[in-house]
Design a protein around this ligand. Sequence first.
Ligand code: SER
Length: 318
Amino acid sequence: MEKIMIIGCSGQIGSELTLELRKIYGNENVFATDIKMATKDVVKSGPFQILDVMDDKRLIHFVIRNKITQIYHLAAVLSGNAEKLPMQAWDINMQSLLNILDLAREVDDLKKIFWPSSIAVFGPTTPRTMTPQLTVMEPNTVYGISKLAGERWCEYYFNRYGVDVRSIRYPGLISYKTEAGGGTTDYAVEIFYDAVKKGKYECFLKEDTNLPMMFMKDAIKATIDLMEAPASKVKIHSAYNVAGMSFNPANLAVEIKKHIPDFEISYKPDFRQPIADSWPVSIDDSVARKDWGLSYDYDIKSLTETMIKGVSEKLKTD
Ligand code: SER
């Protein structure tokens, strides 16, 4: 019987992943935790507790008391916010991961860890088109540096201590259930809220800034598929490239106009533009496809339709 702990259940990924895992493993077997209050759906459907991943003593008690067998550690400071307080972001992103990896080494019941990496591990010297799984990695943001160091630690704990830790380099994630916070790819979420609410959006990236993106449903599916794959199929213990789709703000505006014809977009690039410029425009995900069967259901068209519908309904009920 799996007992799954989610750290960061109130965030953009956690709020949806928790519900999906509860459908698979049973509500009572998925323990949601965060330093902030979770969504109503998470609180109503199963166990939820306020817990700080930096508090290693409470963390270990929680894991032992609840006989946790898997942890999804999703808590992190994203790229834009990390640039504002680099040392704090480094501390939170690194120390929390090391707390979890150490726990997995020490606690026998705890068999599997998921930790998200990001396209931010790549940098300006990386080939930007169809970025390969193995390539030059010289990130120049504190978030990217912490994710790359995290990948190295994950692989180290696998090789040295046999910790089964699995990871994906997520592209920008797009969803409407919980808003993203502090990322460079967040424009692709904000744009839908402003399109529905105001019919216009001022974008903090330039119109031709191509980035890899993914709809949350595809991200959740990829995450669970990777975690459920037999260990023999998981050959990479740093993190897998995942591509999703690639587009720029102008492409997205064209799709939105098909639903909201008067939608207007303007551009006012800020400090996140150089971050986006240092990341890939498209990703080669052939290794994940081959190893554990990565696939997607959404493209820019179905993503736009689903987002407009989802955001409109959310704004009515909030
Ligand atoms: N979406 C994240 C960010 O923009 C990248 O992992 O920070």
